[in-house]
Ligand binder design. Structure first.
Ligand SMILES: *[C@@H]1O[C@H](CO)[C@@H](O)[C@H](O)[C@H]1NC(C)=O
Ligand SMILES: *[C@@H]1O[C@H](CO)[C@@H](O)[C@H](O)[C@H]1NC(C)=O
Ligand SMILES: *[C@@H]1O[C@H](CO)[C@@H](O)[C@H](O)[C@H]1NC(C)=O
Ligand SMILES: *[C@@H]1O[C@H](CO)[C@@H](O)[C@H](O)[C@H]1NC(C)=O
Ligand SMILES: *[C@@H]1O[C@H](CO)[C@@H](O)[C@H](O)[C@H]1NC(C)=O
Length: 405
């Protein structure tokens, strides 16, 4: 969340040429946005691929709230009683954007601020894994002005208040997604969510981001909790939503930078069995667990990044045979409040490091890397940074996972 000093203006000035050029999808001025709105391609494909534990996965992300604050909010507490509280899920760094990036791509590539970022096209994300198995996906971003919009932000046109921001839209950051019109057509707003719900055309994997008011970013956890109550209560009675559905409620990051970056998270929905309702799971998870859990459920390939070593949520791991790793007391001294070096690290100098090569050989509970990722990166396989011995991911060093796990 904290605004970066290196904001890169994404707007493209529109010039009145005789032959009008189509508005750039990154343009943020109202005229270009309205022009693009009129022609944006929106699609809603459906699929019914059975998972081992759930058949639909929905994550809803809120903003910048310390664990205790969220747990104390009456609305978040209400939904926690309907599911499993994850009392030890850590964000991967600060601020927002790298956490969203990590949750779908298995790394944040050193990003330590919230600029206009484009992940190179040769980096895959979870949607490559889902499409490989014919599983439909969609992102629903409240107040995104049109489907596939790539602009930096969009404000409420009446009040000027922040509405939609690119940094909270994980898949739009990936060029492997936005360069394919079919994929961009699946990154929609919440108006489209309600249409898809009504038509029983929701996909099987969904990522939902409320606007900057609703997610607590510009407001408080109280406002976020009220939004959640209004949004989720009817869905938990809706057969078009509940189709053996697992819902994750989580926050991108903790607000206080000097304490461990733990975020309040809850799993609920009709895929959570009765005996787990109202329980707490204190296993160590992070935002990479969100990819690992989806991989385990549908037996997907992996990205060969931090998804491979991340703990699968135990309500799922129990059925898929994924072992949940435990860590000793040293774990409590890792704060996850600082980004390691990488291609996007704004500090530069010794904080720059090359684009990391996925580990093309390690497997996770027999799940291997997606063949197309292997093909792209195999020639550089010896340069991978993602391999090593079993250590606690400490958030300062590029973490490693157990080779051959
Ligand atoms: C952030 O995480 C810490 C430690 O994991 C947790 O105790 C805390 O409740 C969260 N927020 C605050 C204010 O400490
Ligand atoms: C949502 O997206 C649709 C499709 O691009 C667009 O027509 C509509 O105006 C958008 N709604 C809002 C509230 O921005
Ligand atoms: C954000 O969404 C809420 C409803 O969910 C809406 O009332 C509000 O106008 C939207 N935008 C802003 C800037 O508050
Ligand atoms: C991370 O937390 C530790 C422990 O409180 C603190 O010493 C350090 O300054 C924090 N780092 C940042 C970048 O905030
Ligand atoms: C991936 O893309 C980056 C940026 O375009 C390029 O520097 C790198 O060589 C590419 N690597 C592979 C293995 O394709």
């Amino acid at each position: 969340m904290r605004f970066s000093t290196s904001l890169v203006a994404a707007s493209v000035a529109s010039v009145a040429w005789a032959i009008p050029t189509p508005a750039s999808p990154t343009a943020t001025d109202a005229a270009d946005v309205y022009a693009a709105q009129a022609t944006a391609l929106t699609e809603s494909p459906t699929s019914h691929v059975k998972g081992k534990v759930f058949d639909r996965y929905v994550s809803i992300w809120f903003e910048n709230t310390d664990y205790d604050m969220a747990a104390a909010d009456p609305n978040f507490a209400f939904f926690a009683k309907k599911g499993i509280t994850l009392s030890n899920l850590c964000a991967v760094t600060h601020p927002s954007e790298p956490n969203y990036m990590a949750a779908v791509g298995g790394d944040y590539f050193g990003l330590n601020s919230d600029p206009f970022t484009q992940v190179p096209e040769n980096v895959s994300s979870v949607v490559d894994l889902l499409e490989d198995k014919g599983i439909t996906w969609g992102l629903y971003q409240e107040d995104m002005p049109y489907t596939g919009f790539e602009g930096f932000s969009w404000v409420n046109q009446k009040t000027g208040a922040n509405d939609y921001v690119r940094k909270h839209n994980p898949e739009i950051l990936y060029n492997s997604v936005v360069t394919k019109p079919h994929r961009a057509s699946l990154i929609k707003n919440l108006t489209e969510f309600h249409k898809d719900l009504k038509a029983n055309k929701l996909p099987q994997w969904l990522f939902i981001t409320p606007n900057m008011t609703s997610d607590g970013h510009d407001t408080s956890v109280t406002v976020a909790g009220q939004w959640l109550k209004t949004f989720l209560t009817p869905l938990l009675k809706d057969k078009n939503f509940l189709q053996n559905t697992l819902v994750l409620l989580t926050f991108d990051e903790n607000e206080t930078y000097t304490i461990q970056n733990k975020v309040f998270s809850v799993l609920l929905g009709d895929a959570v069995p009765e005996y787990l309702v109202g329980t707490t799971d204190d296993s160590y998870y992070n935002h990479y667990s969100e990819i690992a859990t989806v991989e385990a459920n549908w037996n997907l390939h992996t990205l060969g990044r931090y998804d491979v070593g991340a703990n699968v949520f135990s309500n799922v791991g129990r059925s898929t045979g994924d072992q949940i790793r435990t860590f000793g007391p040293e774990f409590s001294s890792y704060y996850y409040n600082f980004s390691y070096p990488g291609i996007f690290n704004a500090l530069g100098g010794s904080y720059w490091s090359p684009q990391p090569v996925p580990d093309v050989y390690s497997t996770c509970n027999e799940r291997s890397i997606l063949p197309s990722i292997k093909e792209t990166w195999e020639k550089d396989a010896d340069q991978t940074v993602y391999t090593g011995s079993l250590v606690v991911p400490d958030g300062y060093h590029i973490p490693v996972y157990p080779k051959g796990k």
